[in-house]
Design a binder for this molecule. Sequence first.
Ligand code: ATR
Length: 268
Amino acid sequence: MNYAVIGDPISHSLSPIMHNANFKSLDMQDSYEALHVRKEDFHNIRNIIEDKHIVGFNVTIPHKESIIQYLDEIDDQSKAVGAVNTVKIVDNKWIGYNTDGIGYVSGLKQIYPDLANAYILILGAGGASKGIANELNKIVQPKLTIANRTMSRFESWDMNFNAISLDQAEQYLDEFDIIINTTSAGLDNNDDTVIKLDNLSSSTLVSDIIYIPYKTKLLKEAELKGNVIHNGLDMFINQGAESFKIWTGKQPNLKEMKNTVLSKLQGV
Ligand code: ATR
């Protein structure tokens, strides 16, 4: 069977090596490729995918929202987030899923087992934040707190949470067990940090959904203070693992997926 990830840019995607290593370790003959699909060609997406006999694919920037109009069905998580990162094709029917939030949360649960009772602060209010918040809301009892630079971004959110400003987040930082950065501050080694960590409690877990760089400035600052830190690598691995389960109904070889990506990251 053929699988793919579509995006623009796409050449640096680690999804093909991760999925192909998993297929190989499970003795599966399937293959997974990166497909460069530009916005101007996107109207042709059904033909592009069907010509290659692809039965399942991942969707990344900038197509996670625009894919929805080409789908026959989407699951509840995709509806809540307004974005799809996984498509399964069955009998010519295209079904959309979003595995980013569950991917992140299953990784977090492993390093913070008592997630149900955690006081959590999420920084950012984009698609990634919404997906994670929606998944956390299913299992976390205390109300989530979400901080963003632009408060008007919360107006369209249909969810139960405390909305605060970044200034308030800095001020009340010591009240949280877990802080999750979903903003793009720190991506690609830009030197922005979304908030100052002066009021960080030493027992707070500081997490960032970014994994390139492996430690953002925020994570480095938290680590210097002695806090436990967690980057976005598990989210990446687990979203891929969840997609694989949707496509095949099988259990993936998570260890192989992680080791393959880790060795590639160490090589760059
Ligand atoms: P995604 O869908 O990947 O989550 P997005 O929708 O572009 O990405 O959202 C990016 C998030 O990062 C937003 O919350 C954005 O804040 P605004 O809503 O105020 O734009 C946040 N963000 C990006 N750069 C930031 C910076 N330098 N400081 C603070 N917040 C930042």
